[in-house]
Design a protein around this ligand. Structure first.
Ligand code: NAI
Length: 328
């Protein structure tokens, strides 16, 4: 029988946690044959919600779910962790200054990085969902110097899935017809959804859509979809964010097959993205590790947009450095 994996979910008492936990327990994170031991990390005010979710997980009688432990102690939560889903964060509130936002998150992700460094399993994989996700992943990795930087990723899969769905709808084809799409940069409104290498049933997408549709409709639609969901639903994206979380980890562990997807990973300097920044790239998962898809040509339209989003990541990195949240 397959050995059980320790999966830690932070912010487990929150909205995404609630949408995520039952699907993890059903086998959608790692595969239908992998037993799971769940650890739910919350802050004291979130413990009741997490405890309630744990009771419901119990009631699900999930064959793969071996145990559920709820804690507010990061050291305990990350001891032996194989997969860490860092969902709990301090999102930007109304009128909140960027420095305050980054500082509040530094206080969350610094200690969590230290706990991962101290106790995680050798094969640990970390996905940061909580915003600002890319920079939170950077902070976490900076506090876990013994864990390879490539194990710390941030989620742009929701943006990727949104882009695939928008393109498929525009071209009136199934989502399975679309390949070769990329989200570049930051998981923020500056992100760049790139269709220049995308195909629809093998045909270049760029032969079927114009640059004005890209610039005026597609790119802003994808980049601002989160706000659209809030406006329509009256609450932020939760179900689709949970889905994308499962997609990211499932592909990371089980491979992407022939195509590629998007994930924010530590840059090795590819495509002019400064090394070490956690930026979204086209990626394949090979042998359980993300590999940046190299050698794609980038025209001026794409270059300007990638550069703008990467510049935002550089600014965020400088700001957290200035606050002492990562070493120089
Ligand atoms: P939520 O507010 O419902 O839940 C967050 C939970 O995290 C709360 O229960 C809170 O008590 C907990 N928490 C806060 N600090 C913590 C800490 N230090 N340790 C453990 N738990 C902690 O929020 P929701 O809707 O679940 O969203 C979570 C995050 O995901 C937000 O930052 C949101 O902006 C982000 N997000 C990211 C997306 C992406 O594509 N990368 C998509 C959608 C949301």
């Amino acid at each position: 029988p397959t050995e059980a994996r320790n999966v830690t979910v932070t912010g487990a008492g929150g909205q995404i946690g609630y949408a995520l936990l039952f699907r993890i327990a059903s086998g959608q994170l790692l595969g239908a044959d992998v037993p799971i031991k769940l650890r739910l990390l919350e802050i004291p005010q979130g413990l009741n919600a997490a405890e309630g979710a744990a009771l419901e997980l119990h009631d699900g009688a999930f064959p793969l779910l071996q145990s559920v432990e709820v804690t507010d102690d990061a050291t305990r939560a990350f001891d032996g962790v194989n997969v860490g889903l860092l969902v709990g964060s301090r999102p930007r509130g109304p009128g909140m200054e960027r420095a305050d936002l980054l500082e509040a998150n530094g206080r969350i992700f610094g200690p969590q990085g230290r706990a991962i460094n101290a106790g995680a399993a050798d094969d640990v994989r970390v996905l940061v969902v909580g915003n600002p996700a890319n920079t939170n992943a950077l902070i976490t990795a900076a506090h876990a110097p013994d864990v390879p930087a490539e194990r710390f990723t941030a989620m742009t899969r929701l943006d990727h899935n949104r882009a695939v769905a928008q393109l498929a709808a525009h071209l009136a084809v199934p989502v399975t017809s679309i390949a070769g799409l990329t989200i570049w940069g930051n998981h923020s409104a500056s992100q760049y959804p790139d269709v220049f290498h995308a195909t629809v049933d093998g045909r270049p997408v760029i032969d079927l859509v114009g640059e004005s549709w890209l610039a005026e409709t597609f790119i802003p639609r994808v980049a601002n979809r989160g706000s659209e969901i809030i406006r329509v639903r009256g609450a932020s994206s939760v179900g689709s964010a949970a889905s994308a979380t499962l997609d990211h980890v499932f592909d990371w562990v089980n491979g992407t097959g022939s195509g590629w997807t998007s994930a924010a990973v530590a840059s090795d300097g590819s495509y002019g993205v400064p090394a070490g920044l956690v930026s979204s790239f086209p990626v394949r998962s090979v042998g359980g590790a993300w590999r940046i898809v190299e050698g794609l040509e980038m025209g001026a339209f794409s270059r300007a947009r990638v550069d703008a989003s990467v510049a935002e990541l550089v600014e965020e990195r400088e700001a957290v450095r200035a606050l002492g949240l990562i070493p120089d």
